[in-house]
Design a protein around this ligand. Structure first.
Ligand code: BEZ
Ligand code: FE
Length: 295
């Protein structure tokens, strides 16, 4: 005889425990634990909110619309996770670093594998728009030694706030993307364009939710990095322009104090010429410190 009432009949008071009890035969212990936590918190939230049936249907329709918005190129659930701060929380939990190591931040949806490997000093800006920028720095270990052979994968939005993959046929493929490899001195340098703030895709349900919450969709100007070297933890991070108007209100909570870089405007003709530019440029210097695997 099926023991359907093993935890007693479902009531408002014991709702979570009845559902959790029903999952007791789950073969996967982790799934069982995760579902117990989710059911407990979800039921507690519903009890606190006491939604009307119309409100609950609205929530379900929001999730339905979020699913319908997803395509091969658009992941609306990740945007939801980003804007609720959950992506940054998962990132923090999974990337605890030893003292002195550079901090991580969200990967975002615009990384493209297979960007061209370029010689140091290359210009990744292929659309020639915006204000030129030179970025340089070192890849170090936590003892301050240079890391040789580090692979640095960088990408950024263009002067109009779009990644190449958002403007296929408008921007050249692999515009503002490049992969560089450090030599024995751990140094890297390349050219790009001064980044600008841009909105996360906000023409879907997540954008609608942000507007309803009185929030803007902007991310402050940044450059993305993935840095990998043998024997070290992979670092997924950004550097940010501290003077950006949205630096204190990133739509996805990705800003960390340690990731604020200095963007120096260079207009001295001698320095412009020495750096190989033909007009004023922005100079950004930022070192990254990698943690050793297991450190
Ligand atoms: C980005 O920086 O590319 C990004 C991160 C999260 C959501 C949307 C965009
Ligand atoms: Fe970005």
């Amino acid at each position: 005889m099926p023991d359907t009432h093993e935890q007693g009949y479902f009531t408002e008071e014991n709702s979570a425990e009845v559902v959790i009890g029903r999952n007791r035969n789950a073969r996967d212990a982790r799934l069982k634990e995760v579902m117990a936590v989710i059911v407990r918190h979800l039921h507690a939230a519903v009890k606190e909110i006491e939604p009307t049936e119309e409100e609950w249907l609205k929530a379900i329709m929001f999730l339905t619309d979020t699913g319908h918005m997803c395509t091969e190129w658009r992941q609306e659930f990740i945007l939801l996770s980003d804007t609720l701060g959950v992506s940054m929380l998962v990132d923090a939990i999974n990337n605890r670093k030893p003292k002195g190591a550079s901090e991580s931040t969200v990967l975002g949806p615009f990384h493209v594998a297979g960007a061209p490997e370029l010689p140091m000093g290359a210009d990744i800006c292929l659309d020639r728009k915006g204000e030129p920028m030179r970025v340089s720095g070192r890849i170090l270990d936590t003892a301050g030694n240079p890391v040789a052979g580090a692979k640095i994968d960088v990408w950024q939005a263009n002067d109009e706030g779009f990644y190449d993959v958002q403007q296929k046929g408008i921007q050249p493929d692999f515009n503002l993307r490049g992969v560089f490899r450090t030599g024995a001195d751990g140094r890297y340098w390349f050219r790009g364009v001064k980044p600008k703030y841009y909105p996360i895709p906000d023409d879907g349900p997540v954008g609608k939710l942000l507007r309803a919450l009185g929030r803007h969709p902007y991310r402050p100007a940044h450059l993305h990095y993935i840095i990998e070297a043998e024997g070290f933890d992979r670092l997924v991070t950004h550097i940010f322009d501290p003077d950006d108007p949205y630096i204190d209100s990133d739509a996805v909570f990705g800003v960390k104090k340690s990731l604020l870089a200095r963007f120096e405007q260079v207009s001295d003709p001698a320095r412009i010429a020495a750096a190989g530019f033909d007009r004023p440029f922005w100079d950004v210097n930022f070192d990254f410190v990698l943690s050793r695997a297991g450190e």
